[in-house]
Design a protein around this ligand. Sequence first.
Ligand code: LLP
Length: 380
Amino acid sequence: MKLSPSCQNHPTPFYYYDLGLLKETLRTLLRESGKYGYQVHYAIKANANPRLLKLISHEGLGADCVSGNEISRALECGFPANRIVYAGVGKSDEEIELALREDIFCFNCESLPEILIIQELAQRLGKKARIALRINPNVDAHTHHYITTGIEENKFGIYLYDLEHVLSEIKNLSQIELIGLHFHIGSQITDMTVFRGLCLRANEILQKLKEQGIVLPHINFGGGLGIDYQQPEQNPIADFKSYFATFSQFFEPAPHQQVHFELGRSVIAQCGHLVAKVLYVKEGKKRKFAILDAGMNDLLRPALYQAFHKIENISSDKPQEKYDVVGPICESADCFGKDVHLNQTQRGDKVVIHSCGAYGETMASRYNLRNVPDSCYSEE
Ligand code: LLP
């Protein structure tokens, strides 16, 4: 990979964003979702960098938010309120009030107690709240257990056995307008049969509701489409074609039912790279360490999920050797990869960690009082 000239001398560590690839990704996504009239909301939690958000809102995606601050950021970056959905198991009163005042499109609600508070706050503000019920469909996403959300042991969503009770309770709530159902079963899913399973479960649930005379205008399938972390250069754009085609093939919407998605990782992951400098090469008896100036505070995924990210030394063309690529933080988990094949590495070399555009910058922290990473952009 080559950095664009304007970023070559940028102080490390920094996130490097390829805006050309982001645009191409968005074009592909819109082409594939457009074939079926689907609406896509970008999951801000994946990356809330304003420059990227402006580009994404400009292309016409909606926003999927999980906090009041994300709603404010989405509005500042050009997402219209009527294209904003708001999810989360623990929405605070202040956040709910903000969303009501801004008149967002829809609250994705995760429990009856939450709906009752929205009713109360909406009444106080003289507002109506459009809501979708987030259903926990008990479909296993077969992904990392930290990012599986749609089985009954997770805290997310309304359990299927509670659905009837919730429906009967909300019937009489004056400020609540039920407009849809929402699902999200997990993230980094590359096996389309998982989404087929979700479609079939959704069909069953909608059929049951229909028998009770309930037909809702909006169905939201959340996010979850995975990307290729192993070979990012060969597959820079996620398989939107198969993803949307799966829903089109297996989900049976009622007439005029609008289908929505909330994609994060697949939109932004491959556009972002973490660029770091090698501070030291340290040789032990058994291992050789490349110690970077970026650490787990800059990119948490390898430490938290043992996530694989492809790593490349872009300063050297010498033969490859094996390194453990680590950061400077006083934790053994501060390791980006073990036995990584890098071109022979020396102090000062630049190392690029790929596929970091999603859940990289947003999960950065100031641990060890380090600075949060800066960013630099390729020319569009
Ligand atoms: N909608 C809801 C309700 C979600 O909880 C999520 C992600 C999304 C949409 C977007 O999912 P995506 O398209 O990005 O898979 N930090 C983890 C990922 C956590 C995902 C949380 N929810 C990671 O770095 O792998």
